[in-house]
Design a protein around this ligand. Structure first.
Ligand code: GUN
Length: 292
């Protein structure tokens, strides 16, 4: 392996410690701690795991968490009522509605009902709109994209003027991370499954953000020698040899790419821990803003 490993687990641990210290200071000076409400609808195993990890991370840094686990058949109006109650609750500084929501729920209406000041996921249409315009600061930036930029910054990778290629165009990662890179003066290309000559386009990248959700799609010869590779993918692939019967791989063929790249994130242990650290950061920032 030639590439430097970008250790998201270690960087996220540093950030969690910084947040812990700031939460302690808030308790001391203001007699309160930040509060995060999690809203989980239904019983998807992956969503349950993510929400459990988020709540546990809150506790570790002194942030209170309020869990709302709701039945899969909850109505649109009942769910809206839960969100509105949380908007009005002074102990709640951040509201996280775990996605995806069941098919019968209009998620755009639900995300739009979250108070702008408590939108710690950054998914409110107005926050997304501001992110997509010049010089219009959103109150919150989505956690995974923010975590990707933080990984670059804390690894000493300069973004300005670089060619950045984002593989994937989801609302949660691809589109917002492209905006963040653009705001940092990268030259940004967004590509996807329908892009012609995809390997050739990806090979242009000084900074590659892979977020398509396809196991090991990016091969070593797609990577520009010396590129920095941020792998957002978390894909379970069958692995009869392992205890669980599966293992997690990214969107990038790690062994091949790490022979070519200058630096690369592993999966797991790269972007994943940063997403949670950024959620804590956003919740603390929300609480600080509400204190004034
Ligand atoms: N589902 C997948 N990623 C996310 C995320 O970052 N936030 C929420 N709320 N749901 C998700």
């Amino acid at each position: 392996m030639g590439a430097n490993l970008i250790d998201g687990k270690a960087i996220a641990a540093t950030i969690r410690q910084e947040i812990h210290n700031e939460v302690d200071a808030m308790r001391e000076h203001h007699g309160k701690v930040p509060g995060l409400a999690t809203v989980l609808v239904g019983a998807r195993k992956d969503s349950q795991t993510y929400v459990r990890m988020k709540k546990r991370a809150c506790e570790e840094v002194g942030i209170r968490s309020f869990g709302h686990d709701l039945p899969a058949d909850i109505s649109q109006d009942e769910l809206l009522e839960v969100v509105r109650d949380l908007n009005a609750n002074p102990e709640v500084d951040g509201i996280l509605v775990q996605l995806p929501l069941p098919d019968h729920i209009d998620d755009e209406e639900i995300l739009g009902a979250v108070s702008l000041e408590k939108d710690v996921d950054g998914f409110h249409p107005l926050n997304i709109g501001r992110l997509s315009m010049k010089r219009r600061d959103p109150l919150f930036v989505p956690c995974t994209p923010k975590g990707c930029i933080e990984l670059l910054d804390r690894s000493g990778v300069s973004i300005e003027g670089k060619r950045a290629v984002v593989l994937g165009r989801s609302n949660i990662v691809g589109l917002p991370v492209a905006m963040l890179l653009l705001h940092r003066n990268a030259t940004v290309t967004i590509c996807h499954s329908r892009t012609q000559d995809l390997p050739e386009v990806v090979r242009q990248a000084d900074i590659l953000i892979a977020a398509v959700g396809r196991p090991e799609m990016v091969r070593g010869d797609w990577v520009n020698p010396g590129a920095v590779v941020i792998d957002v993918g978390v894909n379970a692939v069958d692995d009869p040899g392992s205890e669980r019967g599966y293992r997690l791989v990214g969107d990038v063929a790690f062994d091949e790419a790490s022979e070519v790249a200058a630096a690369i994130t592993p999966v797991p242990g790269g972007v994943g821990p940063m997403t949670i650290a950024m959620l804590l950061r956003n919740t603390l920032d929300g609480a600080l803003r509400r204190i004034g």
